[in-house]
Design a protein around this ligand. Structure first.
Ligand SMILES: Cc1cc2nc3c(=O)[nH]c(=O)nc-3n(C[C@H](O)[C@H](O)[C@H](O)COP(=O)(O)OP(=O)(O)OC[C@H]3O[C@@H](n4cnc5c(N)ncnc54)[C@H](O)[C@@H]3O)c2cc1C
Ligand code: SF4
Length: 325
């Protein structure tokens, strides 16, 4: 088994001190729950000289409603989010997604910020250093070639976080802090379709939290398919937010995870607005999802299975939401 190399540990007590430390130490990384970062360090996927522990920063643990918006700090644990009665009632997709990450002990340590920033994954990357060396390192870790798409100059490693698609469907905004100040951006703009540089976060920027609008009339849900039901990343995951207008679709947002280097919000669903959720509408939705989700061979599970299961998951969730409206 690979051992964890030595690193220095800093424990700032404010977000401002944390980003200042990060800016002064380019070879540092933020660590929250550590459930993604520590295994990656052990495998030699990243070799920080300093870890900046965010666990002592109280402002990252905010969890409150403000003017029709739920503000959740980046340091709030996934078990706290999943168990929150307000989230379960008003933002069920978020409760489902947070409660579907890994296993119960992970969720007690794992944070919202760590989940939104977790590294992209690939069967040629999430391996021990000796395994990867045997095959020669790939593009994501200093090599010249992508094993999944050898003719490609980009990395296709998949974003496999459960919570991001829920927040995309719920139209959330991300709050970011750097030594220069804070900024906000829609969660859709936070992710990039590139397995190496998958988030729009400069080296000295940290996630402060998210703001999720609390809007009446919407129903939402999240579900995923994974190899080990009790503890695993999604092979594919789907989040849906639906607003019915009588018997027809008033508004609809669908987001997917596990199939691209970023969580994808499916565009072009307006064609079903004003129509019932019947077979014709479901067929149109299937088509849009297939257009957007093009998984490649980043997992040991067959690509065609992942391609086919995504619209099936979406149909199941839509039927469930449609029945409950
Ligand atoms: C066996 C196993 C199963 C897993 N299954 C799942 C799964 O089903 N679904 C899933 O989504 N994940 C899964 N994970 C991955 C991981 O546990 C979760 O994604 C978790 O939410 C990561 O949060 P964390 O707080 O532990 O992040 P950390 O490991 O602390 O950090 C992850 C990354 O985020 C960065 N980071 C953390 N906080 C901030 C911040 N505030 N601002 C900027 N950057 C930040 C860190 O620098 C690091 O790059 C699994 C992991 C394991 C080991
Ligand atoms: S997609 Fe290609 S470059 Fe990216 S991690 Fe996998 S093999 Fe490496």
């Amino acid at each position: 088994m690979d051992s964890i190399p030595a690193f220095r540990l800093q424990r700032p007590d404010s977000a401002a001190a944390a980003v200042a430390l990060r800016a002064e130490n380019p070879a540092s990384r933020f660590i929250a729950g550590g459930t993604d970062l520590l295994p990656n360090i052990r495998r030699g996927l990243t070799t920080p000289e300093m870890l900046i522990d965010l666990g002592g920063i109280s402002e990252l643990r905010k969890f409150r409603e403000e003017a029709g918006t739920l503000c959740i700090g980046a340091g709030v644990t996934l078990s706290t989010i999943a168990a929150n009665a307000h989230v379960q009632t008003h933002l069920p997709a978020l409760a489902h997604a947070a409660g579907a990450v890994a296993g119960p002990t992970h969720r007690m340590a794992a944070t919202l910020g760590g989940n939104l920033c977790l590294d992209t994954r690939c069967q040629y990357y999430n391996q021990s250093e000796s395994w990867r060396k045997g095959l020669e390192f790939c593009l994501k870790r200093g090599g010249d070639v992508c094993r999944v798409a050898p003719k490609s100059s980009r990395c296709y490693a998949a974003f496999s976080g459960d919570v991001a698609p829920a927040l995309l469907a719920l139209n959330a905004t991300i709050e970011i802090l750097s030594p220069q100040g804070s900024r906000r951006l829609p969660i859709r703009e936070f992710y990039r379709d590139d397995g190496k540089t998958y988030i729009s976060l400069a080296a000295d920027e940290m996630l402060l939290g998210v703001e999720v609008p609390l809007v009446d009339g919407w129903k939402s849900a999240y579900d995923k398919v994974r190899v080990r039901g009790a503890i695993d990343f999604p092979l594919v995951g789907v989040a849906i937010a639906l607003r019915r207008d009588g018997d027809t679709v008033g508004d609809l947002r669908i987001a997917c995870t596990g199939v691209s280097s970023r969580p994808e919000l499916i565009d072009g669903l307006e064609s079903v607005y004003g129509k019932p959720l019947d077979d014709a509408s479901l067929a149109l939705i299937d088509k849009r999802i297939r257009h957007y989700t093009r998984p490649v061979g980043t997992t040991i599970i067959d690509v065609s299975y992942r391609r086919q299961v995504m619209p099936v998951l979406a149909r199941r969730l839509l039927r469930r939401l449609g029945e409950n409206c």
